[in-house]
Design a protein around this ligand. Structure first.
Ligand code: MN
Length: 233
């Protein structure tokens, strides 16, 4: 029997992707998982319990915006927050992956911002509703070019910071993560089967605050290319 090419009834969406630092290739994105509450000082500033295990939420793959993008101030909020995060991209998948093996799944790393509609997220928390509309909106995941893992200095130490119009708002160290990257991957792989193309945003340190139209935002992690975005006027 002859294989039949799938005939889609509408045009399929373009493949979401991240550019790879230093060449013309792209990394295809499958899913975006985000870790909640992974730095102690941020947990304290949000008034949450330090003893909780990590938990996860998702953003759509096509929420990614590239470096130097102008991001529209999102609909339905008056409290848009920045959260600088280390992003890892998986080149291999797996279920129930041990922490000792988890770093083997990583293809590369990048600097990202988990943009958050804090007012919508706060209302969802209060009412026990899902976080999706606070976290997974259009253009909610600016991510800098991805660095292949062999060229990444460290996933466990190095400064992580974010500035707005030249003023530092977030400054911490990757070593401050409660659940290191390997543990995040291992834990998440016990909840879903991870797959090549998955991104994991590994949580933000303290200092989250509101962005305004016209703000210039720069975020960095030692050894990775900076991320620059502008919130459109
Ligand atoms: Mn976050």
């Amino acid at each position: 029997m002859k294989a039949r090419m799938t005939q889609y009834v509408i045009e399929p969406a373009p493949q979401a992707s991240l550019s790879v630092f230093g060449d013309d290739t792209d990394f295809p994105i499958r899913r975006i998982f985000c870790v909640g509450r992974n730095y102690e000082a941020h947990i304290v500033e949000m008034g949450n319990d330090l003893r909780e295990p990590p938990f996860f939420f998702c953003k759509p793959a096509d929420a990614v915006v590239p470096n130097h993008a102008s991001v529209s101030y999102p609909k339905a909020t008056s409290d848009l927050h920045h959260e600088v995060e280390l992003v890892v991209a998986l080149g291999a998948g797996g279920s129930d992956v041990a922490s000792e093996d988890a770093l083997d799944l990583i293809w590369g790393a990048a600097v990202g911002i988990d943009l958050t509609r804090r007012d919508i997220q706060g209302e969802a928390k209060k009412r026990g509703r899902p976080w999706d509309m606070g976290k997974g909106f259009d253009q909610s995941a600016p991510i800098a070019p991805l660095v292949p893992i062999g060229d990444v200095a460290s996933l466990t130490e190095g400064r992580i910071w974010l500035s707005v119009n030249g003023t530092t708002r977030q400054s911490a160290d990757l070593a401050d993560m409660i659940w290191p990257v390997a543990d995040c991957i291992s834990y998440l792989s016990g909840l879903v089967a991870l797959a090549p193309g998955d991104l994991i945003m590994t949580g933000t340190p303290a200092g989250v605050s509101a962005l305004q139209r016209g703000d210039e935002v720069t975020a960095g992690i030692t050894g990775l290319p900076d991320l620059n975005i502008k919130i459109a006027e």
